[in-house]
Design a protein. Structure first.
Length: 614
């Protein structure tokens, strides 16, 4: 949530890199945006509500090209509002010391009210309602000539989370950045240093990066980077190479990132699978799990934690692990889990699912599980992310960067990774060699099967026209397709702003069926797996109430189609793969409905890609 960029150079103007960086991070929040630019004459601040493009226009008007060269140092921010409305006053950067100090922040300062009251008593005037402004004034108050020390002293008074960057006219050429709980990456270019909340804002300049860890504070100048602890002890952090390039984070001819990422799935899933299937032994390799057969055999219970789409993938995981590995599984919403004083211990294996690897509640669940002595693994997409690092073991999804706020390829990659993990766990327990062989061959078909669903794109776009006007939709599924129904409902809610609910197919008649009418369509997940006939019975109940029913059916399933108003075909698969092909169809359906309704698909209102606050 919120994106931070900082740029420091001896020769290059910071204006372009800061605005470009913000546009790459806009998916993290888009309520307002701002920059602070430093020159020998002091700081200049520009802020605007709305998207980065509006800030860019403001800069075009306010700062002619010839004036930009003198600003070789700057910080910038795109905001997802937590404290205070999305106004210009609440937009970052926030200033202190009479406009000589500027600071941008991602995270939440939990004790800001007490800190603010203390500062106000000492005569400080606040200009915003944000928690961040407190930080700016605190740093100014502690500045006795050493900028880094001032930031450290301020941060020692702070409870909460932060990724921050600060500059001050009293300290020309210096930028101080710090991290606790909110990601911050430093890119080391040949002549410039770029700081950002994630590497997507950095790869245009360099692929050499340092991932700051919690408690790190760094002094950045055009000459380099010095990292310290809050107690000012020097800290060494490894420079790593990012393994993807700019092309991966651009639209590449697609109208939206969402559709690009949906279409990337065959390749993304091939990357998730690469080198991980062991056909010789009917199992999966997954060396990153770093668990011996003895440790795997000792697992008594699995807990899968995540939020949103990742939680839905985890719910699919329950069916996979229980059927393949005979181990009981509790999928848990990460926030509920962390605050429930969870009963987990050394016999339990906690798997944290997170595309970003930065979701605050999932991270807290990881920490709580580690504290309680459970085995903990992370299934993350973003390499080097906090959850991946703190879990210490796990499976990277390798699905490539996901920019659209609506998660698509991460879901199918998560289910694929869970399926391989379940296969591996199953094969250390009771799953037979024959069953393992069948699954290896089935799993290796995933990229092609997903490609077949994508061939239905035009047909799905045509069906979407019939449903795009509905204001309410129900999604129903049974067994392993129930979480797929939840995911279908979530996708259409967030990108098309259609009220949608996912239900177990059998649950509809216990209440929600009262809402059905010819204006309330139902989307039924009817891939040909055990239980389908029963769901078809539920479809009949919906039709009897005049509700139009769109079915996601296995290609050629004439008997299912006969009871439906409309159908989208997916290729035949075994049970385990049915949520993957069904959800890809639902992703396309949500995308086309959103497009027909004229929605802002990649950046839906009120949302942000990475939820780093509780
Ligand atoms: O990065 P994570 O997978 O931890 O994110 C979890 C959710 O915030 C995320 O899946 C969210 O629900 C998406 N907007 C769904 O499309």
């Amino acid at each position: 949530m919120c994106g931070i960029v900082g740029f420091s150079s001896k020769t290059t103007s910071a204006v372009g890199p800061l605005v470009n960086g913000l546009s790459r991070l806009e998916y993290r929040g888009y309520d307002s945006a701002g920059v602070a630019l430093a020159s020998a004459e002091g700081l200049r601040i520009y802020k605007q509500t709305g998207k980065v493009a509006k800030l860019a226009q403001l800069l075009e008007r306010a700062l002619p090209e010839r004036e930009r060269a003198k600003y070789t140092l700057g910080i910038a921010h795109t905001r997802w509002a937590t404290h205070g409305l999305p106004t210009v006053a609440n937009a970052h950067p926030h200033v202190a010391d009479g406009g000589r100090l500027a600071l941008v922040h991602n995270g939440i300062i939990e004790n800001y009210a007490a800190l603010r009251a203390g500062l106000e008593k000492r005569g400080v005037k606040f200009l915003s309602q944000t928690d961040t402004e407190v930080l700016a004034h605190l740093v100014a108050a502690f500045d006795k000539g050493d900028f880094l020390a001032a930031v450290c002293d301020a941060l020692k008074r702070v409870e909460g989370t932060y990724g921050l960057a600060a500059i001050s006219a009293r300290h020309p050429g210096e930028m101080v950045v710090a991290r606790k709980g909110s990601p911050l990456v430093i890119g080391i270019g040949e002549k410039d240093v770029v700081v950002a909340s994630d590497v997507s804002a950095i790869v245009a300049y360099t692929r050499q990066v340092i991932y700051l860890k919690d408690g790190d504070v760094a002094m950045i100048t055009p000459d380099g980077v010095d990292i310290h602890s809050l107690d000012n002890a020097p800290v060494a952090r490894e420079v790593q190479e990012v393994d993807w390039d700019l092309g991966a984070i651009e639209k590449g001819g697609y109208e939206h990132f969402m559709i690009k990422e949906i279409f990337e799935q065959p390749e993304a899933l091939a990357n998730t699978l690469r080198g991980r299937l062991d056909a010789a032994n009917g199992t999966a390799l997954l060396s990153g799990l770093n668990l011996s057969p003895r440790e795997l055999a000792a697992v008594r219970r699995l807990v899968i934690v995540g939020c949103g789409t990742s939680l839905h993938a985890g719910m699919v995981g329950k069916y996979l692990f229980e059927s393949l590995a005979d181990v009981p599984v509790s999928p848990e919403q990460a926030a509920e889990f962390r605050y429930s004083n969870p009963i987990v211990g050394p016999d339990d294996w906690v798997i944290a699912l997170s595309q970003s690897g930065e979701t605050a509640d999932t991270l807290a669940a990881v920490r709580e599980s580690i504290r309680k002595g459970a085995l903990v693994s992370g299934l993350c997409n973003v390499v080097g992310s906090t959850i991946a690092r703190e879990a210490g073991r796990g499976v990277y999804l390798h699905a490539g960067p996901e920019i659209s706020v609506a998660s698509t390829k991460a879901f199918t990659a998560q289910v694929t990774a869970l399926l391989m993990t379940a296969l591996k766990l199953g094969r250390t327990r009771r799953l037979s060699r024959e069953a393992g062989d069948r699954l290896v061959s089935e799993i290796s078909r995933i990229p092609d099967l997903v490609g077949k669903v994508l061939e239905q794109n035009d047909a799905i776009a045509a069906v979407a026209q019939k449903y795009a006007q509905a204001n309410d939709l129900f999604f129903i599924g049974r067994g392993i397709l129930y979480p797929a129904a939840l995911e279908g409902a979530l996708k259409i809610k967030e990108v098309a702003y259609v009220h949608a609910e996912g239900y177990q197919a059998a649950e509809l008649k216990h209440g929600p069926i009262a809402l059905l009418s010819e204006k309330t369509p139902v989307v039924a997940l009817l891939a040909n797996i055990p239980g389908k006939e029963k769901t078809l019975g539920n479809v009949q109940e919906c039709r009897a109430r005049n509700a139009p029913v769109l079915g996601i059916v296995t290609a050629g399933d004439a008997s299912a189609k006969a009871v439906l108003s409309d159908a989208i075909e997916v290729p035949a698969t075994g049970v385990e793969l049915s949520p993957i092909v069904s959800v890809v169809a639902l992703q396309l359906f949500a995308y086309h409905v959103a497009r027909l309704r004229g929605c802002e698909i990649d950046q839906p209102r009120n949302l942000a890609k990475s939820v780093t606050v509780e």
